[in-house]
Design a protein around this ligand. Structure first.
Ligand code: NAD
Length: 359
């Protein structure tokens, strides 16, 4: 069967989705974008791609059995474009964040279910990374005893998407276009990873703070910057009889000190690991304190060059899922979980009250 990939929005990330085609011999590539410059740059890199000015034109042809659509526009158009894909009879993979609000996300899931089609979200991009899966298996086999606490803190002092990274994509800074700040940008990866390693039955946001400390903002006068730059939350994951507390932070600009910690505490050990498959010397370590000055450390190293290309994973795993093959990712109802958790953090920060989600 030859796969036809239809990409809506041919900007920066779409090029990575298109390159996944290298793993799908004989596949066809179609892409739509209203921006002439975006279309020209895409066509230059993928000369055999069929280009369209609008997704309506692109999706007008009858759906094939092996078609899949990828939505890689800015978030405010994720659901409206994904709904068009479903209406055309095609299952759809949506870039993160899935939607702008929970109502939109639920509309999307209902539309897929009513048509017998499927949805997936790119927030699960790193779920198949060997070390993330290894953490899950070490938790399940009891290597560190009963898990009771996770540190998941990522605090940069000044690294804002739209300014320091991908300068000029001002929409990342604007709530009405991106839905939020670093929590919407990185939270999908954070929460997909935490949900996949702990597999909770329910999650409570005990309390949260989303704020925007004063840091100079070199942006045009007409650009709007009203998203949070620091999101901090205390979460409780209920896993069967056990409760695991999470100290969570995702910050792109604040005063203070840079922090990057991901670690799982158990009654018989502690796991630290590289949860992102980038860089060198990627490893997982199991620490067991044995005395005032002694810690046993077991190290598992991974050769990242033997791992898949992470930017291709969402398309390839979703395609496996659609083909009924083994696939790793958050599909259908599960595609909403991380997004609902992000929204629960915003809600708790705004109301000052805890918010519980049953998953
Ligand atoms: N840039 C990254 O490194 C990166 C990484 C992972 C995920 N993402 C996610 O991918 C999405 C897109 O980000 P990007 O960086 O590629 O943005 P971008 O601004 O480079 O590209 C978005 C493109 O979408 C087009 N577009 C807007 N509305 C459209 C519509 N209705 N139909 C068709 N095309 C439309 C725009 O013209 C633009 O070319 C975002 O949700 C982002 O969070 C980006």
């Amino acid at each position: 069967m030859s796969t036809r990939i239809y990409i809506i929005g041919s900007g920066v990330i779409s090029h990575h989705h298109a390159m996944a085609r290298a793993e799908l011999p004989g596949s066809e590539l179609h892409a739509a974008d209203p921006s002439e410059a975006a279309r020209a740059s895409f066509q230059k890199e993928f000369p055999d791609a069929v280009m369209y000015e609008s997704s309506d034109k692109m999706l007008a042809s009858p759906a094939g059995e092996d078609d899949l659509v990828v939505v890689s526009t800015p978030p405010r158009w994720h659901v409206s474009e994904a709904l068009k894909a479903l209406e055309s009879g095609r299952s759809v993979l949506v870039e993160k964040p899935l939607a702008m609000n929970v109502a939109e996300a639920e509309t999307l899931l209902a539309a897929a279910e009513s048509r017998g089609l499927h949805i997936a979200v790119c927030g699960s991009r790193f779920q198949s990374w060997t070390l993330n899966r290894k953490v899950r298996s070490l938790i399940v086999d009891g290597t560190i005893g009963d898990v009771y606490l996770v540190d998941w803190m990522h605090r940069s002092l000044c690294s804002r998407t739209g300014i320091e990274y991908q300068n000029g994509s001002w929409w990342f800074l604007e709530k009405s276009k991106n839905g939020g700040g670093p929590l919407m940008d990185w939270g999908p990866y954070d929460f997909n990873t935490l949900l996949s390693i702990l597999e909770p039955d329910s999650v409570t946001v005990d309390h949260a703070v989303c704020t925007h400390p004063v840091i100079p903002e070199p942006i045009p006068e007409d650009a709007i910057f009203d998203t949070e730059t620091q999101a901090v939350a205390a979460l409780t994951f209920t896993c069967g009889e056990k409760q695991v507390r999470i100290r969570f932070e995702r910050t792109c600009a604040t005063h203070g000190e840079t922090v990057q910690t991901e670690g799982v505490y158990g009654t018989e050990g502690y796991i630290s690991w590289n949860w992102l498959p980038f860089g060198e010397d990627l490893k997982l370590q199991i620490h067991k304190t044995t005395g005032p000055e002694s810690v046993d450390v077991d190290t598992i190293s991974v050769d990242a060059s033997k791992e898949p290309n992470w930017m291709f994973e969402p398309v390839l795993q979703f395609r496996n899922f659609l083909q009924g093959e083994e696939a790793i990712g958050m599909f259908d109802a599960k595609a909403l979980h991380a997004f609902r958790l992000i929204q629960a953090v915003y809600e708790s920060a705004e109301t000052g009250s805890p918010v519980t989600l049953n998953l």
